[in-house]
Design a protein around this ligand. Structure first.
Ligand code: UD1
Length: 338
């Protein structure tokens, strides 16, 4: 298939581009590079061993989108593009609603005009809201605690309404747990533009000496060691999940599908720190500080639906996630060159 990947220069997008190419699909990327560096493209082409057409514009530009969908003869879309920093979304909610919802509506309208039906949407386990039951199953009610999370809930709702009105759509909502790790080559990985908000990139920057110590946000949660428990998933497993979902929706007649992409295993902050120390041979100094607003104690997937329907499951271990993150961080201590 000829697949358009929106946000294909970003962290999860770039890894998914490689997996799509590896599975024999033709990939076209659209990215406005508001949170990605253009140098990722050369590295992707080097790893893919082929040219990857990249269009640099904002998805909200309907005219450019029309030209792209027609010229590139796009048959399916994997939609990653969006802002994703929780704290920033609280400070600038309108930017988040305008960008994430606006781009998605523009994309859906363009897909309607060109009669492109398969869409894989990048959702998040954040849609399970502040008090989820764990392990989380896809039938739990959705809600959010911040504008970023609400954009995911709202886009899911738009896609429910759209597929109910027009059942010819083939949509997959993929709810990611905590994506970490990097391509084993160390050539592509996560490159936060500012101080990392998320645990793994922060730990990696401490290990490489860019930051002094990790702040552990609370050790008084109702978890085995008191620190937050999350379901970390290797970005290459996640990318493989997108390929499996795309292939499923294009061979089955269901307008809307929802799948968790996680490992089903929880790891605490301190367990992750220890695993990273082992994989890197470096000590990670840390200090326990207060809880971060909006955090929950435990989040992990019930990934059995994706396994039963897609035949997909995550295979990479926490050690693999740390070793691959470390290889990327060591080779690119300052991230991608600008
Ligand atoms: C966060 C977002 C979530 C988003 C996800 C992926 C919040 C509240 N949630 O999830 O909406 O979908 O990222 O981008 O921001 N931790 C530390 N020190 C740090 C960083 C994190 O102790 O410097 C702890 C956290 O308290 C948590 C765990 O590490 O227990 C994982 O945190 P993080 O990587 O930010 O992911 P989430 O909070 O699960």
């Amino acid at each position: 298939m000829r697949v358009l990947v929106t946000g294909g220069a970003g962290y999860i997008g770039s890894h998914t581009v490689l997996h799509l190419v590896g599975a024999g699909h033709e990939v076209v990327v659209v990215d406005d590079f508001s949170n990605a560096k253009p140098t990722v493209v050369g590295r992707l082409e080097e790893l893919a061993g082929r040219h990857i057409p990249v269009h640099a514009f904002d998805l909200a530009d309907a005219e450019k989108l029309d030209v792209l969908l027609a010229q590139e003869r796009v048959q399916a879309v994997v939609h990653f593009a969006g802002y994703k920093a929780v704290g920033e979304s609280v400070a600038q909610p309108l930017d988040y609603y305008r960008n994430n919802l606006g781009a998605t509506i523009a994309l859906l309208r363009a897909m309607q005009r060109h009669r492109i039906r398969p869409l894989v949407f990048s959702s998040s386990a954040t849609v399970y809201g502040p008090t989820p039951r764990v392990p989380m199953t896809e039938d739990l009610p959705t809600s959010a605690t911040n504008p970023y999370g609400w954009t995911k809930v709202m886009i899911e709702q738009m896609l429910r309404d759209l597929t109910a009105a027009e059942p010819q759509w083939r949509v997959a909502l993929l709810r990611y747990f905590n994506p970490v790790g990097a391509h084993p080559s160390g050539r592509i990985g996560e490159d936060p533009s500012d101080v990392p908000n998320n645990l793994m990139p922060y730990v990696a920057q401490v290990a490489v000496g860019r930051r002094g110590e990790l702040s552990v946000f609370g050790d008084d949660y109702d978890t085995p060691d008191g620190t937050g428990v999350r379901d970390y998933i290797h970005v290459d497993d996640l990318a493989a999940g997108h390929v499996a979902a795309l292939e499923w929706i294009t061979t089955h007649d269901r307008p809307l599908s929802v799948w968790n992409l996680g490992t089903g295993r929880g790891t605490s902050v301190l367990e992750l720190v220890r695993a990273f120390e082992q994989a890197s041979g470096r000590t990670i100094p840390y200090r326990v500080v207060g809880r971060r607003a909006g955090d929950i104690a435990s989040s992990y997937a019930d990934p059995s639906l994706a396994e039963a329907e897609l035949g997909w499951r995550a295979t990479r271990t926490v050690h693999d996630m740390c070793a691959d993150t470390w290889r990327w961080q060591q080779a690119n201590p300052e991230g991608y060159p600008s």
